[in-house]
Design a protein around this ligand. Structure first.
Ligand SMILES: Cc1cc2nc3c(=O)[nH]c(=O)nc-3n(C[C@H](O)[C@H](O)[C@H](O)COP(=O)(O)O)c2cc1C
Length: 385
């Protein structure tokens, strides 16, 4: 049985609301790719992995989940576009619901962060413009250079928008409570948003009003399909992952938020500027202080009318400070939650955390580094309390 979490003093453990979701605490499971969905199908071990992290009234976001075969670019990542995938998600969602948590599926298309080795019929990956990211990619056939992607034709864009819409519908069929559109970290939507990647000359490129069009068409389609109060979007205005950068992050994202306000979505989920390397190379937790960075999410917090989740490099202490300062409504924790299935309990009693093991983040092992991070023993829990 999960103990009901109550605290009058810890602001992380107070109720909040995002769209239709009434939540009991503000410790959100961040989306975490784990590369354990063999052949794009979530495996039974995910039932244990996610239910270990589920708490009564908690909000959890899945690993990024591809909306179409063209959307994959990492080994063994799950999809939400076949009946087999939908059916495989069902028992995972049921186990999370049995613990009383809300479960959101993150909708993903990597765009140019792929390779023809991942693509149906060995075709080129797609993007906003024919510009590859720098660096190399792990493909099923080994480490390779990124290829020059094919720019999506204007006439193809409705099909991709529809893939997001169908992904959202399939997520609800699998039992999920809502969806988060992955607009962050240099993937397809970010490739349209940011000027370093998007060099298009049509109505999807150029001025900010055009570069946000793809994100907004997708959000509108998803809202039409499942209802605005079940929809969130993740954004990384200051991130440079996969070379996706913009000279005017404040102008770009405040405009986007003004438009998202009109759609009335449940929440936005912003990555902190310090977490510039989304895969966690930077941002040592102990030093993170959201109030001291020169770039700050507060402008976006004020611009958006719905709930606001912040993520990246947060500790228990910085999370408490962030909630107290009204920096955000909730904190999404990635690596700390990955390594501490009972993170919420540990935050409640201020217990020490397990350290995460980076070497097992992305392996295919269905247990090691996945479901075997230890819970606090009763003795430890008693000592810390
Ligand atoms: C193993 C791993 C996998 C990740 N996968 C995703 C993902 O699927 N989708 C996403 O939006 N962010 C992903 N991220 C970024 C995290 O959601 C989060 O923003 C990042 O870890 C910083 O937060 P933290 O300091 O609390 O870990 C991933 C990060 C890690 C470490």
């Amino acid at each position: 049985m999960v103990k009901e979490i109550e605290s009058e003093t810890n602001p992380l453990l107070t109720p909040w609301k995002a769209g239709r979701f009434q939540l009991a605490h503000r410790v959100v499971l961040a989306p975490l790719t784990r590369c354990r969905a063999l052949g794009t199908v979530p495996q039974p071990a995910a039932i244990e992995y996610y239910s270990q992290r589920a708490t009564k009234g908690g909000l959890m976001i899945t690993e990024a989940t591809c909306i179409a075969p063209e959307g994959h670019g990492y080994p063994e990542t799950p999809g939400i576009y076949t009946q087999e995938q939908i059916n495989a998600w069902k028992p995972i969602v049921e186990a999370v619901h049995a613990k009383g948590a809300m479960f959101i599926l993150q909708l993903w298309h990597v765009g140019r962060a792929s390779h023809s080795d991942y693509q149906p019929n060995g075709q080129l990956p797609v993007s906003s413009s024919p510009i590859p990211p720098s660096g190399k990619i792990y493909t099923p056939k080994g480490l390779k250079d990124y290829e020059v992607p094919r720019a999506l034709e204007e006439t193809e864009i409705p099909k991709v928008v529809d893939q997001y819409r169908r992904g959202a519908r399939n997520a609800l069929e699998a039992g999920f409570d809502g969806v988060e559109i992955h607009g962050a970290n240099g993937y397809l939507i970010d490739q349209f948003l940011k000027s370093s990647v998007n060099h298009r000359k049509d109505k999807y490129g150029g001025p900010i009003e055009n570069r946000v069009r793809f994100a907004l068409e997708i959000t509108q389609a998803v809202v039409d399909e499942v209802g605005a109060d079940r929809v969130g979007i993740r954004l990384s205005p200051f991130g440079g992952f996969l070379d996706a950068e913009d000279e005017h992050p404040y102008a770009l994202n405040t405009h986007l938020l003004e438009e998202l306000n009109k759609l009335g979505i449940a929440y936005v989920h912003f990555i902190e500027p310090r977490a510039i390397h989304s895969m966690g190379v930077a941002s040592p937790h102990a030093e993170f202080n959201f109030q001291r960075v020169d770039q700050n999410l507060d402008v976006f917090r004020r611009a958006f009318h719905g709930a606001f989740i912040a993520a990246g490099g947060h500790s228990r202490a910085s999370g408490i400070a962030a909630i107290n300062a009204n920096h955000c409504d909730a904190i999404a924790y990635g690596r700390p939650y990955l390594a501490n299935p009972d993170l919420v309990k540990r935050f409640e009693i201020d217990a020490p955390l397990n350290k995460y093991d980076r070497s097992t983040f992305y392996t295919q092992d269905q247990k090691v580094g996945y479901t075997d991070y230890p819970f606090l023993s009763e003795a430890q829990a008693g000592k810390a309390a």
